[in-house]
Design a protein. Structure first.
Ligand SMILES: NC(=O)c1ccc[n+]([C@@H]2O[C@H](COP(=O)([O-])OP(=O)(O)OC[C@H]3O[C@@H](n4cnc5c(N)ncnc54)[C@H](OP(=O)(O)O)[C@@H]3O)[C@@H](O)[C@H]2O)c1
Length: 281
């Protein structure tokens, strides 16, 4: 049995769809989520909340492979406690293999890297088999960070570019690995994109897609911080978002390559097309 946590999230739902589409004789897939009502009908569901020990006691019984989708929204101590509790419970239940959706090595400068690296270290010193999927940042996230407002993308990316990845591709890769976990035991897979996308690229692509001129006007990190703060985001979210711009602008996330094409057995989707098509505005 394969259990996927975070099954009502954007990534988890896509993974479940891929796993559910396998032939009937494939091992069962079970959706683990805090929100069972949001999981597509027809997939068995268990309520799994890393913050709720009661849901973890017995939550992983009978599971051979656990796909642990990171629950990264929070301060480091909260995220570490969540991931630690989930891994403790999985080991206690005798789960054979844990596949974890982590963050690309290039993301080490990002404010949310630490909890990922902690989780990787915990898995590597644990008793279950493991595979670490070091996901690059989503093309869809890049779109969210670069909305078109009044005909312009104002985002403090400077000349920096991001080797963004389609979330759908990362979901498919995760499903492929989870379905054949033993073949990927002990692997750390770097899953970044094959094209690096910057603000000017997005403006051009968006202009071409809509037939309306879109400019790129990089602002400053201070302006972005002020705008996010004014939106009333949770305190931990502001440095996460500003730090993401900063890492892209600093050129730390532009490295392309990785193992995504090998895992998928095909070329990844175009991050530029997806980001331009998903851009709010
Ligand atoms: N690579 C990137 O660009 C990128 C961008 C954003 C986030 N992420 C990370 O990747 C993860 C998946 O991305 P996504 O696009 O699916 O994000 P999402 O749609 O916002 O979903 C958030 C996920 O976190 C899970 N979660 C939150 N609190 C939890 C808890 N206490 N116990 C168990 N699960 C919990 C949710 O599970 P349920 O609601 O189903 O319980 C859900 O799957 C995120 O959680 C975050 O850590 C990566």
């Amino acid at each position: 049995m394969i259990l996927v946590t975070g099954a009502s999230g954007a990534l988890g739902r896509l993974v479940i769809e891929h796993l559910a589409a396998r032939p009937a004789e494939a091992p069962d897939v079970v959706a683990g989520t805090r929100n069972p009502e949001r999981v597509p009908a027809g997939v068995p569901v268990r309520r799994i909340d890393f913050d709720d020990p009661a849901s973890l006691a017995g939550g992983f019984d009978g599971v051979d492979t656990l796909l642990l989708v990171s629950a990264g929204y929070g301060e480091d101590d909260a995220v570490i406690a969540r991931h630690g509790a989930a891994i403790d419970a999985a080991e206690k239940a005798g789960v054979g293999h844990i596949v974890y959706t982590s963050l690309s090595a290039a993301g080490d400068h990002l404010p949310y890297a630490l909890a990922h690296r902690w989780t990787e270290r915990r898995l590597r010193s644990g008793t279950a088999g493991w595979t670490i999927l070091r996901n690059g940042l989503y093309a869809e996230l890049l779109a969210t960070l670069t909305p078109v407002v009044d005909g312009a993308i104002t985002a403090p990316l400077g000349d920096g570019r991001l080797a963004a990845v389609a979330r759908e591709d990362l979901a498919e890769a995760a499903a492929l690995v989870a379905a054949d976990a033993a073949a990927h035991a002990g692997r750390i897979c770097e899953l970044v994109g094959e094209e690096a996308v910057g603000g000017a690229d997005l403006a051009r692509a968006r202009s071409a897609a809509t037939g309306t001129a879109v400019a790129y006007e990089p602002g400053t990190l201070a302006q972005a911080r002020e705008a996010f703060t004014a939106l009333g985001l949770a305190p931990f979210q502001v440095p996460m978002l500003v730090g993401t711009y900063s890492a892209v602008a600093g050129g730390f996330l532009s490295g392309t390559g990785g193992e995504l094409r090998d895992l998928l057995g095909r070329a990844p989707r175009s991050a530029l097309e997806i980001a331009a098509a998903s851009q709010p505005g």
